[in-house]
Design a protein. Sequence first.
Lengths: 108, 674, 100
Amino acid sequence: MSRPRLKLGPHLAKGVGAIALFVVLAYLVLRTTFPEVVGFPDGVNITASIGYALFNLPGGDVASEGFLAPFEIIDIVLVAALVGAVMLARRRVGGQVAAALRTGGEEE
Amino acid sequence: MSAFDFAPAIPLLPFASFVAILIIGHSAPRILPKGGAIPGSLATGGALLLSLWLLLPVSAGQYHNEVFYSWVAAEETFSLHLGVLIDPLSALMAVIVSLVSFMVFVFSMGYMNDEGETGLPRYYAELSLFSFSMLAFVIADNLLMAFMFFELVGLCSYLLIGFWFREDAPSSAAKKAFLVTRFGDYFFLVGTVGIFAAFGTGRFVAGETEGMRSFPVLAEEALNQGHQILGLAPETAITLLGLAVLGGVVGKSAQFPLHTWLPDAMEGPTPVSALIHAATMVAAGVYLVARMYGFYALSPTALGIIALIGGFTALVAATMGVVKREIKQVLAYSTISQYGYIMLGLGAGGYVAGVFHLTTHAFFKALLFLGAGSVIVAMHHNENMWDMGGLRDKMPVTYYTFLAGSLALAGIFPFAGFWSKDEVLYETLIHGLNDPLLLIAYAFGLVAVFFTGFYTFRMVFLTFHGEPRTDTAADPHPVRWNIKLPLVVLGTLATVAGVINLAPVEKLTGIHLTFLHDWLDGGFEGANAHHYLELLEGVAGYHAASLGALGPAVLSLAVALVGAGLAWRLYNVPDPTEHTAKLGSIQTLLVHNYYQDEYQVWLAEGVTLPLARLADKFDQGVVDGVVNATSSISLLSGSRIKRLQTGVVTNYAALLTLGLVALILIVGIYGGWF
Amino acid sequence: MIPTSYYVLLSVAVFCIGVFGILTRRNALIFLMSVELMLNAANINLVAFSRLFGNLTGQVFSLFVMALAAAEVAIGIGIILVLYRNFNDVDVTKPVTMRW
């Protein structure tokens, strides 16, 4: 039997916090009146506009600020995160870098 | 090049000699000539020449005030600085101090070098530092600088009194001198801070600088306009500040009740005693009163207390001097007594009289101590007068100069001490006729004249007259020129120094002879004898009664002659005997110096020590208890609260969530979202 | 047209589901998934308001959030690996050695 089961128990008590958060936030959202939706004009190509905006290029259907700098920064963050993940995952066995991942997960 | 350009060099020359002797004496004592006496003599001799040069422009009516080095300059008036102030008073005092220091250096060559003392570089270095401190104190232009060098003078006296520190008595005497004067200096410090707080300046004179004021003038203004000082009525505040500073004066000038250190200070080398008593340490106290006389003149209460302390000290010390056996002890009590006279003169409104007596006393007391030093050398360091006798024929130079000093000390016409002591008593009397308090002080002073005459000539007769009572006295050790020269110089001065102010003669003959009055009438605005007289009459309410000068002078001379005559009858016999037993129980009282030491020790052990223990208990129990309780409460609560940090990430998340909910609820309710 | 409050409610619901997961589960991998849910709740919000104001910025930012989520997962997986290596478990309540 490997199908998932709902596990009930006292460990769910902490979830009350999440429910309380939901109640409070939902109450707030329901009480708030949002302004009229402006939306985008019919027939514009939003996806293309996003692409132009990301590279600070003119030509998008919807005008927007440029996001080239954040784009590049995110690039660096991603690379750093990947390198960091590799650093964390590799391990040394007797001074040698062993395989980052092994099957079984047993320690020798 | 004016003489004022060299004014800072007056104290700095002895300082340079101090540094030089210290360094050379430590690294290469062999090349130090005479163990440091030569550089020291040259430095103080140079200081003497510069001081004498200063007299020229000052007598021409030029005065000098200059800030030498300023290390805190806050607002317009407030500044902490070292400055030079040359006016008639400081110029006169600089001459006295450098002259006596120079004489002491020369004399020391005979007293220390020829006697084969060890540790001479240390001795001369400390002596130079002593001269430096006192000269810098004399030319100080503000109260803080005065305080600093006042303390340095105290330190030097500690070092020199304890010069033979390997013996018990000198080192304990040094400690006593230091502690007792420190006790007074504590009040001086309080007064200094108080004056800076009240007036924003510690300057003695306004000087030539624009916008600067001196604190006596500011106090005078506050008094005239009725401004409060430090939240008190101006009269009260000025009296309190004046008395606080007076605490330092009483300690340094060995006035009752802080006089006990001075007789013990005789444990130091005799030239040091001469320096301490005549020119430096003890003179510093009364000089301070004279320096800020414009401040004291505003408070009749403070003046009255000064006069009473002075008169009382003059009498008490003179009675104690009557029974002493050692020559230096007699001189020590005479010093206390004579400084009592100076205080009496200053407190009774005789500013010039006080300064006059300070001047003449410096000469004749230095002379007497150096003469005593000469006798002590001759007697192979036996100081007991009962072992002397008949030295008159063996050492005529010492005898005649010592006699001149004694005649001056006893106040016999026409020696210097007569003129100055007479003027002090005369000023006290004419002001005392309108003020019963001063009249009491005058009575003290007049009775003390009798005792002064008595103990002075008892000392002279026991030492020099009669038959030699021991073998040493019959064949004394000869002394050389370096002991005789200072004696002759000072003996001449002690004889003739009175001519600078022959007030009674002027009154009788009408010839103008009060040169010291003219001298001290000059000076900066608000800091001269003329202004002080106005203050005394206008503010302090002192009024001089009109009285002939001859009567009081003859009276004090007669009293002194009676005292001297009694000594003549009792002790000028070939084989004198002790007469003190006739005094009965009074003798015991006098020999024990009125039990002042015992009483002060009791005060320390019976009152201060339990109080200190109580304070210690309070400190250990309550203060430390509170501190310790605070820390243990913090520790305990910390060890409880840290349980909150479970290390389980879920708990942190739950706390975060609940916190967010609570925050939204609070902000929402107060912000009106709901 | 669907009102904006519906989107926001959806976002709140997804976020709170993520919080619920973090509060009740102990498996570190489930934690990562829950965090992913919360990030995407933010994305829903961004896009909804982008539509509300007719402004492209929100949509571009949701792209950036996705990129950050990728970075976060990369690091998260690395941390879980180290966790497993040191404690032989991925239960987040086990490693408590850094408290106090």
